[in-house]
Design a protein around this ligand. Structure first.
Ligand code: SF4
Length: 333
Protein backbone atom coordinates (compact mmCIF):
# COMPACT_ATOMS: atom_id res chain seq x y z
CA UNK A 1 0.00 0.00 0.00
CA UNK A 2 1.28 3.51 -0.88
CA UNK A 3 2.09 5.81 2.05
CA UNK A 4 -0.38 8.63 2.57
CA UNK A 5 0.93 12.01 1.42
CA UNK A 6 0.81 15.18 3.49
CA UNK A 7 -1.67 17.85 2.34
CA UNK A 8 0.87 20.66 2.62
CA UNK A 9 3.37 18.76 0.43
CA UNK A 10 0.55 18.08 -2.02
CA UNK A 11 -0.07 21.81 -2.34
CA UNK A 12 3.65 22.55 -2.60
CA UNK A 13 3.98 19.99 -5.40
CA UNK A 14 0.75 20.97 -7.19
CA UNK A 15 0.75 21.49 -10.96
CA UNK A 16 0.42 25.23 -11.59
CA UNK A 17 0.42 25.74 -15.37
CA UNK A 18 -0.91 24.07 -18.48
CA UNK A 19 2.70 23.40 -19.56
CA UNK A 20 3.49 21.56 -16.32
CA UNK A 21 0.22 19.69 -16.66
CA UNK A 22 1.04 18.55 -20.20
CA UNK A 23 4.41 17.27 -19.01
CA UNK A 24 2.76 15.37 -16.11
CA UNK A 25 0.14 13.64 -18.27
CA UNK A 26 0.79 10.38 -20.18
CA UNK A 27 1.82 10.85 -23.82
CA UNK A 28 -1.35 9.32 -25.29
CA UNK A 29 -3.42 12.21 -23.89
CA UNK A 30 -4.63 14.79 -26.40
CA UNK A 31 -2.79 18.13 -25.95
CA UNK A 32 -4.07 20.44 -23.22
CA UNK A 33 -4.98 23.90 -24.52
CA UNK A 34 -3.13 26.81 -22.97
CA UNK A 35 -5.23 28.95 -20.64
CA UNK A 36 -3.58 32.19 -19.59
CA UNK A 37 -6.39 34.21 -18.00
CA UNK A 38 -7.17 31.68 -15.25
CA UNK A 39 -4.87 29.76 -12.97
CA UNK A 40 -4.19 26.03 -13.11
CA UNK A 41 -3.94 24.22 -9.78
CA UNK A 42 -3.97 20.46 -9.40
CA UNK A 43 -2.36 18.57 -6.50
CA UNK A 44 -0.79 15.23 -7.53
CA UNK A 45 -3.12 13.10 -5.34
CA UNK A 46 -6.23 14.35 -7.08
CA UNK A 47 -4.60 14.49 -10.51
CA UNK A 48 -3.64 10.81 -10.23
CA UNK A 49 -7.24 10.02 -9.30
CA UNK A 50 -8.49 12.00 -12.29
CA UNK A 51 -6.21 10.02 -14.62
CA UNK A 52 -8.34 6.93 -13.98
CA UNK A 53 -11.07 8.56 -16.08
CA UNK A 54 -11.26 9.45 -19.79
CA UNK A 55 -10.58 12.94 -21.12
CA UNK A 56 -14.26 13.69 -21.70
CA UNK A 57 -15.27 12.57 -18.20
CA UNK A 58 -17.07 14.70 -15.57
CA UNK A 59 -13.80 14.94 -13.61
CA UNK A 60 -11.66 16.17 -16.50
CA UNK A 61 -14.31 18.70 -17.50
CA UNK A 62 -14.45 20.16 -13.99
CA UNK A 63 -10.73 20.44 -13.32
CA UNK A 64 -8.62 20.39 -16.52
CA UNK A 65 -8.22 23.83 -18.16
CA UNK A 66 -9.81 24.29 -21.57
CA UNK A 67 -9.26 26.98 -24.21
CA UNK A 68 -13.03 27.60 -24.31
CA UNK A 69 -12.70 29.51 -21.00
CA UNK A 70 -11.04 32.30 -23.00
CA UNK A 71 -13.50 32.25 -25.91
CA UNK A 72 -14.37 35.91 -26.45
CA UNK A 73 -18.03 35.37 -27.39
CA UNK A 74 -18.62 33.13 -24.35
CA UNK A 75 -16.73 35.59 -22.13
CA UNK A 76 -19.19 38.34 -23.12
CA UNK A 77 -22.16 36.25 -21.98
CA UNK A 78 -20.85 35.70 -18.47
CA UNK A 79 -20.39 38.04 -15.50
CA UNK A 80 -17.27 38.86 -13.47
CA UNK A 81 -19.37 38.70 -10.27
CA UNK A 82 -22.41 36.56 -11.16
CA UNK A 83 -24.16 36.62 -7.77
CA UNK A 84 -23.45 40.19 -6.70
CA UNK A 85 -20.79 39.60 -4.02
CA UNK A 86 -19.41 43.07 -4.63
CA UNK A 87 -22.83 44.64 -4.01
CA UNK A 88 -23.26 42.88 -0.68
CA UNK A 89 -19.75 43.17 0.77
CA UNK A 90 -20.08 45.33 3.89
CA UNK A 91 -16.51 45.44 5.17
CA UNK A 92 -13.51 43.60 3.67
CA UNK A 93 -13.98 39.79 3.89
CA UNK A 94 -17.63 40.04 5.00
CA UNK A 95 -20.69 39.61 2.75
CA UNK A 96 -24.06 40.26 4.38
CA UNK A 97 -26.91 39.02 2.21
CA UNK A 98 -29.44 37.55 4.68
CA UNK A 99 -30.41 39.02 8.07
CA UNK A 100 -29.05 36.29 10.36
CA UNK A 101 -25.83 35.18 8.63
CA UNK A 102 -22.71 36.48 6.91
CA UNK A 103 -20.16 34.97 4.57
CA UNK A 104 -16.59 35.42 5.77
CA UNK A 105 -13.55 35.03 3.48
CA UNK A 106 -10.52 34.06 5.59
CA UNK A 107 -8.58 33.25 2.40
CA UNK A 108 -8.71 33.53 -1.37
CA UNK A 109 -6.77 30.26 -1.84
CA UNK A 110 -8.14 26.83 -2.74
CA UNK A 111 -6.72 23.31 -3.01
CA UNK A 112 -7.68 23.20 -6.71
CA UNK A 113 -8.86 25.54 -9.47
CA UNK A 114 -12.37 24.40 -10.46
CA UNK A 115 -12.93 25.49 -14.05
CA UNK A 116 -16.64 26.29 -13.43
CA UNK A 117 -16.09 28.26 -10.20
CA UNK A 118 -18.59 31.14 -9.79
CA UNK A 119 -15.84 33.19 -8.11
CA UNK A 120 -13.13 32.37 -10.66
CA UNK A 121 -12.78 35.99 -11.80
CA UNK A 122 -12.77 37.40 -8.26
CA UNK A 123 -10.23 34.78 -7.16
CA UNK A 124 -7.95 35.83 -10.05
CA UNK A 125 -8.20 39.57 -9.41
CA UNK A 126 -8.71 39.47 -5.62
CA UNK A 127 -10.55 42.81 -5.27
CA UNK A 128 -9.41 44.51 -2.04
CA UNK A 129 -12.93 45.13 -0.78
CA UNK A 130 -13.54 41.35 -0.86
CA UNK A 131 -10.19 39.98 0.24
CA UNK A 132 -8.44 42.88 2.01
CA UNK A 133 -8.03 42.33 5.75
CA UNK A 134 -9.34 44.62 8.48
CA UNK A 135 -10.41 42.84 11.67
CA UNK A 136 -11.27 46.14 13.40
CA UNK A 137 -13.95 46.86 10.81
CA UNK A 138 -15.34 43.33 11.22
CA UNK A 139 -15.53 43.80 15.00
CA UNK A 140 -17.37 47.11 14.52
CA UNK A 141 -19.81 45.60 12.02
CA UNK A 142 -20.62 42.53 14.11
CA UNK A 143 -21.09 44.56 17.28
CA UNK A 144 -23.55 46.75 15.40
CA UNK A 145 -25.45 43.83 13.85
CA UNK A 146 -26.32 41.57 16.74
CA UNK A 147 -28.92 39.71 14.68
CA UNK A 148 -26.05 37.87 12.95
CA UNK A 149 -25.96 34.43 14.51
CA UNK A 150 -24.09 32.43 11.85
CA UNK A 151 -20.67 32.97 10.24
CA UNK A 152 -20.01 31.02 7.06
CA UNK A 153 -16.31 30.48 6.30
CA UNK A 154 -15.93 30.48 2.54
CA UNK A 155 -13.54 32.11 0.07
CA UNK A 156 -11.35 30.38 -1.17
CA UNK A 157 -11.44 27.26 0.96
CA UNK A 158 -11.03 27.76 4.73
CA UNK A 159 -9.25 24.41 5.16
CA UNK A 160 -6.31 25.78 3.20
CA UNK A 161 -5.37 27.54 6.47
CA UNK A 162 -3.24 25.58 8.91
CA UNK A 163 -4.74 24.42 12.20
CA UNK A 164 -3.38 27.32 14.28
CA UNK A 165 -4.88 29.82 11.92
CA UNK A 166 -8.23 28.01 11.86
CA UNK A 167 -8.27 28.03 15.64
CA UNK A 168 -7.51 31.75 15.83
CA UNK A 169 -10.24 32.53 13.27
CA UNK A 170 -12.75 30.49 15.28
CA UNK A 171 -11.75 32.17 18.55
CA UNK A 172 -12.05 35.57 16.91
CA UNK A 173 -15.75 34.98 16.17
CA UNK A 174 -16.37 33.37 19.57
CA UNK A 175 -15.94 36.82 21.17
CA UNK A 176 -19.39 37.86 19.86
CA UNK A 177 -22.08 36.46 22.18
CA UNK A 178 -24.71 36.48 19.40
CA UNK A 179 -22.68 34.10 17.17
CA UNK A 180 -24.18 30.63 17.64
CA UNK A 181 -23.09 28.78 14.52
CA UNK A 182 -20.00 28.64 12.33
CA UNK A 183 -20.27 26.86 9.01
CA UNK A 184 -17.36 25.78 6.80
CA UNK A 185 -17.81 25.54 3.04
CA UNK A 186 -15.12 23.25 1.70
CA UNK A 187 -13.98 21.24 -1.29
CA UNK A 188 -10.84 20.02 0.50
CA UNK A 189 -12.15 16.57 1.55
CA UNK A 190 -12.67 15.72 -2.15
CA UNK A 191 -9.41 17.15 -3.46
CA UNK A 192 -7.11 16.32 -0.51
CA UNK A 193 -8.87 14.11 2.06
CA UNK A 194 -5.53 13.97 3.94
CA UNK A 195 -6.47 17.40 5.30
CA UNK A 196 -9.02 15.75 7.61
CA UNK A 197 -6.46 14.63 10.17
CA UNK A 198 -6.73 13.88 13.90
CA UNK A 199 -5.33 17.27 14.95
CA UNK A 200 -7.95 19.15 12.97
CA UNK A 201 -10.74 16.97 14.39
CA UNK A 202 -9.47 17.47 17.92
CA UNK A 203 -9.24 21.24 17.55
CA UNK A 204 -12.78 21.50 16.14
CA UNK A 205 -14.24 19.29 18.87
CA UNK A 206 -12.45 21.23 21.59
CA UNK A 207 -13.63 24.55 20.20
CA UNK A 208 -17.25 23.37 20.04
CA UNK A 209 -17.17 21.89 23.54
CA UNK A 210 -15.51 24.96 25.05
CA UNK A 211 -17.69 27.61 23.40
CA UNK A 212 -20.99 25.81 22.69
CA UNK A 213 -20.84 27.26 19.19
CA UNK A 214 -22.25 24.70 16.79
CA UNK A 215 -19.96 23.83 13.86
CA UNK A 216 -21.52 22.73 10.58
CA UNK A 217 -19.69 21.57 7.45
CA UNK A 218 -20.83 21.85 3.88
CA UNK A 219 -19.06 19.58 1.41
CA UNK A 220 -18.89 20.83 -2.16
CA UNK A 221 -19.21 17.72 -4.33
CA UNK A 222 -20.64 17.43 -7.83
CA UNK A 223 -20.23 13.85 -9.04
CA UNK A 224 -19.90 10.39 -7.53
CA UNK A 225 -16.54 9.90 -9.31
CA UNK A 226 -15.11 12.47 -6.88
CA UNK A 227 -15.51 9.97 -4.05
CA UNK A 228 -12.23 8.17 -3.32
CA UNK A 229 -11.63 5.44 -0.70
CA UNK A 230 -9.48 7.97 1.21
CA UNK A 231 -12.33 10.49 1.27
CA UNK A 232 -14.66 7.87 2.78
CA UNK A 233 -12.08 6.87 5.38
CA UNK A 234 -11.03 10.38 6.41
CA UNK A 235 -14.44 12.01 6.56
CA UNK A 236 -15.99 9.32 8.78
CA UNK A 237 -14.82 10.61 12.21
CA UNK A 238 -15.81 14.14 11.15
CA UNK A 239 -19.34 13.17 10.11
CA UNK A 240 -19.75 11.21 13.35
CA UNK A 241 -18.78 14.31 15.34
CA UNK A 242 -20.48 17.11 13.38
CA UNK A 243 -23.45 17.73 11.06
CA UNK A 244 -22.49 17.69 7.37
CA UNK A 245 -24.54 18.91 4.45
CA UNK A 246 -23.69 19.02 0.75
CA UNK A 247 -23.70 21.57 -2.02
CA UNK A 248 -23.59 20.60 -5.67
CA UNK A 249 -23.49 22.76 -8.76
CA UNK A 250 -25.57 21.53 -11.67
CA UNK A 251 -23.13 21.61 -14.62
CA UNK A 252 -23.67 20.96 -18.31
CA UNK A 253 -21.95 17.76 -19.48
CA UNK A 254 -20.83 16.97 -15.92
CA UNK A 255 -23.86 16.01 -13.81
CA UNK A 256 -26.83 17.17 -15.91
CA UNK A 257 -28.63 13.82 -15.72
CA UNK A 258 -31.06 12.90 -12.96
CA UNK A 259 -29.43 9.47 -12.58
CA UNK A 260 -25.95 11.04 -12.07
CA UNK A 261 -27.35 13.19 -9.27
CA UNK A 262 -29.25 10.28 -7.76
CA UNK A 263 -26.07 8.18 -7.67
CA UNK A 264 -24.14 11.02 -6.01
CA UNK A 265 -26.79 11.55 -3.32
CA UNK A 266 -27.08 7.81 -2.67
CA UNK A 267 -23.31 7.71 -2.02
CA UNK A 268 -23.07 10.76 0.20
CA UNK A 269 -26.03 9.79 2.37
CA UNK A 270 -24.13 6.56 3.09
CA UNK A 271 -21.30 8.83 4.29
CA UNK A 272 -23.73 10.56 6.69
CA UNK A 273 -23.88 13.77 4.62
CA UNK A 274 -27.28 15.31 3.97
CA UNK A 275 -27.97 16.42 0.36
CA UNK A 276 -28.76 20.08 0.88
CA UNK A 277 -28.24 22.45 -2.03
CA UNK A 278 -28.30 21.84 -5.76
CA UNK A 279 -27.23 25.17 -7.30
CA UNK A 280 -28.40 26.19 -10.71
CA UNK A 281 -25.19 27.20 -12.58
CA UNK A 282 -24.32 30.90 -12.46
CA UNK A 283 -23.55 32.94 -15.58
CA UNK A 284 -19.80 33.07 -15.00
CA UNK A 285 -17.39 34.86 -17.32
CA UNK A 286 -14.96 32.13 -18.41
CA UNK A 287 -17.31 29.27 -17.47
CA UNK A 288 -20.37 29.70 -19.71
CA UNK A 289 -19.70 26.29 -21.31
CA UNK A 290 -21.06 24.78 -18.05
CA UNK A 291 -24.27 26.81 -18.17
CA UNK A 292 -27.70 25.32 -18.87
CA UNK A 293 -31.14 26.89 -18.99
CA UNK A 294 -33.57 27.04 -16.07
CA UNK A 295 -36.06 24.95 -18.07
CA UNK A 296 -33.44 22.23 -18.51
CA UNK A 297 -32.54 22.43 -14.81
CA UNK A 298 -36.18 22.13 -13.77
CA UNK A 299 -36.67 19.12 -16.04
CA UNK A 300 -33.66 17.35 -14.49
CA UNK A 301 -34.78 18.21 -10.94
CA UNK A 302 -38.31 16.98 -11.58
CA UNK A 303 -36.95 13.67 -12.83
CA UNK A 304 -34.59 13.46 -9.84
CA UNK A 305 -37.58 13.82 -7.51
CA UNK A 306 -39.43 11.08 -9.36
CA UNK A 307 -36.63 8.55 -9.10
CA UNK A 308 -35.38 9.37 -5.55
CA UNK A 309 -36.81 9.21 -2.05
CA UNK A 310 -37.68 12.71 -0.81
CA UNK A 311 -35.07 12.75 1.98
CA UNK A 312 -32.35 12.17 -0.61
CA UNK A 313 -33.29 15.22 -2.71
CA UNK A 314 -31.65 18.62 -2.03
CA UNK A 315 -33.21 22.07 -2.46
CA UNK A 316 -32.73 23.27 -6.03
CA UNK A 317 -31.77 26.93 -5.81
CA UNK A 318 -30.69 29.82 -7.97
CA UNK A 319 -28.62 32.94 -7.14
CA UNK A 320 -29.18 35.89 -9.43
CA UNK A 321 -26.73 38.65 -10.38
CA UNK A 322 -29.27 41.04 -8.80
CA UNK A 323 -27.60 40.02 -5.50
CA UNK A 324 -30.95 39.23 -3.87
CA UNK A 325 -29.67 35.86 -2.71
CA UNK A 326 -30.88 32.30 -3.10
CA UNK A 327 -34.34 31.52 -4.41
CA UNK A 328 -35.93 28.16 -5.01
CA UNK A 329 -35.37 27.34 -8.68
CA UNK A 330 -38.17 24.77 -8.62
CA UNK A 331 -40.93 24.42 -6.08
CA UNK A 332 -41.60 20.79 -5.13
CA UNK A 333 -44.87 19.62 -6.78
S1 SF4 B 1 -12.74 25.14 -4.34
FE1 SF4 B 1 -14.63 26.40 -4.39
S2 SF4 B 1 -13.92 28.52 -4.42
FE2 SF4 B 1 -12.16 27.22 -4.91
S3 SF4 B 1 -12.11 27.13 -7.15
FE3 SF4 B 1 -13.31 25.37 -6.48
S4 SF4 B 1 -15.45 26.10 -6.47
FE4 SF4 B 1 -14.13 27.92 -6.53
Amino acid sequence: MKAETNWKDELKNAIRSTKELQAFLPQNIQPIEDVLSYKTLLPPFFLNHLLKYPQDSPLWRQFIPSGIEEDLVMQKEGFFDPIGDLVKVKVPQLIHRYPNRVLYFPTSSCPVACRYCFRKNELEEKPKNLFGKDKEKIIYYLNKNTNIEEIIFSGGDPFVLDNNKIESELLFFAQFPHVKYIRFHTRFPVILPQRLDKDLLHLLQQFRDKTNIQLIFSLHINHEDEITPLLKEKIKPFTISFPWISQTVLLKNVNDKACALKNLYAQITLMNIRPYYLHHPDKVKGAMHFYLSREEGRRIYKELRQISSGWMVPHYIIDDANAKGKELAAVPE
